[in-house]
Design a protein around this ligand. Structure first.
Ligand code: WT7
Length: 709
């Protein structure tokens, strides 16, 4: 905090780094209802002792024992080549067997997947465990015999949210083929880059899918993807095309002779075929998932079969509280890690019913999710703050109209504002459901911080303590530990390895070590895991009760006159203003203070904005401090967002600073960018508030601000 004294009037601000967390008011605790506790998978407090640090790593045997092994392992954790940890060494298993075969015996007629098409006049599709077994086997036979795929090969899937996607993943897993599913909303070029990086020679896609009422042409992206992969040196010799409506082609793009085939024309050759699940070492890769990352080339996060499956099964059981008889709906996309872990692998490994919804939650109206929940009897619901904010914005009282009852709800993906949390709890959950706020990353396989829903109280806006077997620590920039429970901000790290951690970045082990382990490594020669904390690249604070509050990526901090302000705390304060639906904070280069804050806000529909700008500035001042008072507050129709719902702060930061907004082609709503730009910049020009030309370094910072790719 050396710059404080150089700023006029800075003395009165007196917000030192040590006090950052004082910005966050401590929230009231909420306790789980007795009815929930009575049925919870984790209801005995002794579970915490079973996973205490002195029991590490053997404690994870409890998770591994939830799986069926062909051969039991001999070494729980091998640390001989850090940080390339090996879990359950000597063990052999098959993920498809664990998610399918073993349930066919016990509950053949139970629904494994329930597919809800976006158009409401199309039939819901129920896939029982017996039917899943049949489909996975036939698909595996096709992949093996028609495509020539075998264990260790990579295949890229560019599939929308249809039941064929989990079937394909499980069919790959049956053979030991490594799947790399690319989010369907990504462009052909993005898909092509990932094909090349993973060296896939087979691409599997669909002709089209429904989104927001339209049947999108998706096959067109396959041609772009193959072209891009070729430019990057990877030939694709087969493109398998599923048809959204069997026998009827929904794309305008021609099929390429000798390369493209319709799956519904090939599959009949494999009817009734059975494929033995290949018994694979625990450390063989199950899949690659490209992380959205903050900067640079996407990273192919490689996840193992044994460690990953054990970890997602264990956390699904204790944190999602999944029982086989539940109806579980995670409204994420399977194209993200959340969907891999908590739509497909975790829930199916536990033998429950997992709902797959094709479209957008607000189509055709904001009552849709609650109709689905009512109709299917969903009792566990899992979504992200961005969706919760959107549903609150467009349908604040809709949940009341439907007769559904959740016992459990999850939030994931970004910090949730306490105010939004309370709406989720009271209105969506009807005050009956527990909430788990789960903090983790693509790299992590499964949850890192959260609350055990039957045992630990909830605190709005806080993820909670480290989950079972996870021991977090907060370090400052110099590698000193920030005192436990001090509320001071720093970089949250995990001190120990865990079974769900990714094994490496596909094809780039050096980058893996550099990005996640180099910063806080104590001795590069050491084979003691204690010397290799995992650096998450997220900022966090820990309250005296041990709960962690995640502040977002460490590079999402705005440094105003030496005060590090988290974008999330600024945004969280802003949504306390009645009229505000969503807020985004960005830095603007300021000659006096280094950086100043600018807020972008969108309003709840139907409200007339009276003096909202001043209300936002005021609430930030009272909640955080004068230092944080925004230079400008802009009311915008909507925030520029990625297809996964993350606000593209770098785009609005570019607008505020009159710099290049960068690539906006992958946004969900690129059209809003020009609208915001012309409004903001013309007002700024009229006021003579145009920043001086940025230095190269400043421009770089703005361009990378809160970057998601
Ligand atoms: C980043 C990871 C992991 C599933 C979805 C996102 C942020 C994630 C939370 C949470 C606050 C969160 C972090 C993290 N994040 N969950 N509960 N509270 N922040 O996966 O795309 O790899 O993003 O999302 O900044 O690093 P991802």
């Amino acid at each position: 905090m050396t710059t404080e004294s150089q700023v006029p009037g800075a003395d009165e601000l007196q917000v030192s780094e040590a006090q950052i967390a004082v910005h966050w008011k401590e929230e009231q605790l909420y306790y789980p209802p007795p009815k929930f506790i009575g049925q919870a998978n984790a209801a005995d407090p002794a579970i915490r002792e079973r996973f205490s640090e002195d029991k590490f790593p053997e404690c994870f045997k409890e998770y591994a024992d939830l799986l069926t092994w062909d051969q039991y392992w001999h070494t729980t954790l091998d640390t001989s080549n850090p940080p390339f940890w090996r879990w359950f060494v000597g063990g052999k298993l098959n993920a498809s067997y664990n998610c399918v075969d073993r349930h066919v015996r016990t509950r053949p007629n139970q629904a494994a997947l329930v597919f809800v098409p976006e158009p409401e006049d199309q039939e819901t599709v129920v896939v029982t465990y017996r039917e899943l077994y049949r489909r996975v086997n036939e698909t595996a036979a096709m992949l093996r015999d028609f495509c020539g795929l075998k264990a260790g090969d990579r295949v890229t899937l560019h599939m929308p949210m249809v039941p064929e996607l989990p079937v394909l993943m499980l069919a790959c897993a049956r053979l030991g083929v490594i799947h790399s599913q690319v989010f369907a909303g990504f462009s052909g070029a993005a898909c092509g880059g990932r094909i090349a990086d993973s060296q896939s020679r087979v691409l599997i896609t669909m002709d089209g899918y429904y989104r927001n009422g339209d049947l999108l042409d998706h096959k067109v992206k396959a041609d772009e993807a193959v072209e891009r992969a070729k430019q990057e040196g990877q030939e694709v010799d087969k493109v398998l095309v599923y048809r959204r409506h069997s026998g009827q082609y929904s794309s305008k793009t021609p099929m390429v002779q000798g390369r493209d085939v319709f799956v519904d024309e090939v599959m009949p050759d494999y009817r009734g075929k059975l494929v033995d699940p290949v018994s694979l070492p625990a450390e063989a890769p199950l899949f690659i998932m490209y992380s959205s990352g903050t900067t640079g080339r996407p990273k192919g996060c490689q996840h193992s079969i044994g460690g990953y499956l054990a970890y997602v099964t264990g956390t699904s059981k204790y944190y999602q509280d999944i029982h086989p008889e539940d109806t579980y709906w995670c409204a994420a996309d399977i194209g993200w890690i959340t969907g891999h872990s908590y739509i497909v692998y975790g829930p199916l490994s536990l033998g429950t019913t997992s709902v797959v919804y094709e479209g957008v939650p607000t189509y055709p109206d904001p009552g849709r999710p609650w109709r689905i929940a009512e109709r299917l009897g969903v009792n566990i619901f899992h979504t992200a703050p961005t969706t919760i904010r959107m549903l609150r914005k467009v349908g604040p009282t809709e949940p009341k109209k439907y007769d559904y009852h959740f016992k459990h709800m999850t939030t994931v993906g970004e910090p949730i504002e306490p105010d939004v949390w309370r709406w989720y709890y009271e209105v969506v959950g009807k005050g009956e459901a527990v909430i788990v706020d789960t903090w983790w990353q693509t790299e992590n396989g499964g949850f890192l911080c959260s609350t055990l829903p039957g045992l630990e109280p909830m605190k709005p806006g806080s993820a909670g303590p480290g989950v079972l077997g996870i021991y977090p620590v907060i370090y400052d920039e110099n590698g000193e530990e920030v005192p436990k429970g001090s509320g001071r901000a720093g970089n949250i790290c995990i001190r120990n390895p865990w079974p769900g951690i990714f094994q490496t970045i596909w094809g780039d082990p050096d980058r893996f070590v550099k990005t996640y382990y180099e910063k806080y490594n104590k001795d590069p020669k050491s084979t003691d895991w204690r010397d290799w904390p995992y650096f998450s690249n997220d900022g966090a604070t820990q309250a005296p009760d041990g709960y962690y509050r995640i502040l977002g990526r460490v590079d999402d901090v705005i440094n105003v006159a030496g005060h590090r302000l988290g974008t999330k705390e600024l945004e969280s304060a802003s949504v306390l203003v009645e009229e505000v639906a969503e807020a985004a904070a960005v830095p603007v280069v300021d000659e006096l203070r280094g950086r100043a804050v600018e807020m972008y806000i969108s309003l709840k529909p139907g409200v007339t904005a009276t003096n909202v700008e001043e209300k936002v500035a005021k609430v930030i001042e009272t909640e955080i401090g004068k230092v944080a008072r925004p230079k400008n507050v802009w009311i915008v129709p909507d925030m520029p967002k990625t297809r996964s719902g993350k606000i593209m702060r770098r785009v609005i930061a570019g607008i505020s600073n009159f710099t290049d907004v960068g690539d906006i082609t992958t946004l969900a709503n690129p059209e809003v960018v020009e609208e915001i730009r012309s409004h903001v910049q013309s007002v700024k020009e009229a006021r003579g508030d145009v920043p001086k030309t940025l230095t190269e370094k400043e421009a770089e910072e703005i361009k990378a601000f809160g970057q998601v790719d």
